[in-house]
Design a protein around this ligand. Structure first.
Ligand code: ADP
Ligand code: MG
Length: 317
């Protein structure tokens, strides 16, 4: 489509202070600061899989970038550049304008330049590649967890999954709870400041995109360790903790996706340091268990061991 160029100029061309050359040539040009590594990640958002076609376009714009920022946050990397490959079923200016508003609200919040991409016709599909910088050898890896480490999470867990369950009419939430959960589902807040603050403090880190147990499981396998968690220690909305004996609540907290909080491990000697980070960021950080030797992931609830059918969301499962 020729109109593709007008569309790119109108919606996807913004100043790029972090780049030597942004949108408009055959490739963009960037420079990595001396002493830093390039951290690169891609996440695709597909209609019907990651969002419904009638989801507000602003929310799709925000979230399609936010999930990528979350990946760099989990590495302790500062995002600086991104590309956007987008397939659109039609040229709907109202939709595009709202999408761009949400997308660039997130880009501006985290100081990320859109430096290129591709625009094509097709079923709605949004692929962002994000690039950022981290001091050489310092990034937070999944493989760094050590036996005896405390396991921490940021924010509240399970809200986004309950928002989705509410949307799908699988559960009825009180109005005020529903709106908090729907906001969590559509407006995840990538914990970038936390990821950066954890450099040199945490031994390992992962962002919770597919569910706490599933994502923690990735970390445990990468580190060759196990874990013991206390379900009641996992921070969640008061509405959720009050009903934690219900399977749907346990499912939301342990296996619900889309929270985009960080799960990290650190030696217990960092406890006060982490409390300080929590205070200075105004972000709850909660210790939910510890790393064990072996390979098992145990979750305790009211002094009983839970049997875990709950696994992370698997797109092909
Ligand atoms: P080419 O045909 O050389 O691949 P394109 O026509 O696809 O170039 O793109 C022209 C310019 O617009 C390139 O700089 C490309 O990176 C940029 N671009 C295309 N689509 C997008 C988009 N959705 N967001 C940002 N930049 C884009
Ligand atoms: Mg192209």
């Amino acid at each position: 489509m020729r109109a593709e160029f007008d569309l790119i100029a109108k919606y996807f061309t913004k100043p790029t202070p972090n780049a030597d050359l942004g949108v408009g040539d055959d490739a963009a040009l960037i420079r990595v600061s001396p002493g830093y590594q390039l951290a690169i990640s891609t996440d695709m958002s597909v209609v019907g899989t990651h969002f419904y076609a009638d989801c507000p376009p602003e929310d799709i714009g925000w979230k399609s970038l936010a999930v990528n920022v979350s990946d760099l946050a989990a590495m302790g990397a500062q995002p600086k550049w991104m590309t956007l490959a987008i397939a659109l079923p039609e040229q709907n200016h109202q939709w595009l304008s709202a999408f761009a508003d949400g997308f660039f609200a997130c880009a501006e919040k985290f100081g990320i330049d859109l430096i290129g991409g591709d625009t094509t016709r097709g079923p709605l599909n949004i692929a962002v590649q994000i690039m950022g910088e981290v001091p050489v050898g310092k990034s937070l890896l999944r493989s760094g967890a050590q036996v005896g480490d405390d396991i921490w999470v940021s924010g509240f867990i399970g809200s986004a999954a309950l928002g989705l369950a509410h949307l799908q009419e699988k559960t009825m939430l009180p109005k005020d709870v529903a709106s908090v959960c729907m906001w969590a589902l559509h407006h995840p807040q990538p914990r970038l400041a936390l990821g950066l603050a954890l450099l040199g403090v945490a031994n390992s880190c992962i962002d919770i995109s597919d569910g706490l147990l599933g994502d923690l499981g990735h970390m445990l396998r990468a580190s060759g360790v196990g874990a013991a968690l206390d379900l009641e220690a996992i921070p969640c909305l008061p509405f959720v903790s009050a009903a934690l004996d219900l399977p749907i609540m346990q499912q939301a907290v342990l296996a619900g996706g889309d929270d985009y909080e960080l799960c990290f491990t650190a030696p217990s000697s960092q406890y006060m340091q982490i409390q300080g980070i929590s205070k200075s960021l105004g972000l709850p950080l909660t210790r939910i268990g510890h790393i064990t030797d072996g390979a098992d992931l145990h979750v305790h609830y009211q002094n009983n061991l839970l049997s875990l059918a709950a696994e992370g969301y698997d797109h092909f499962g």
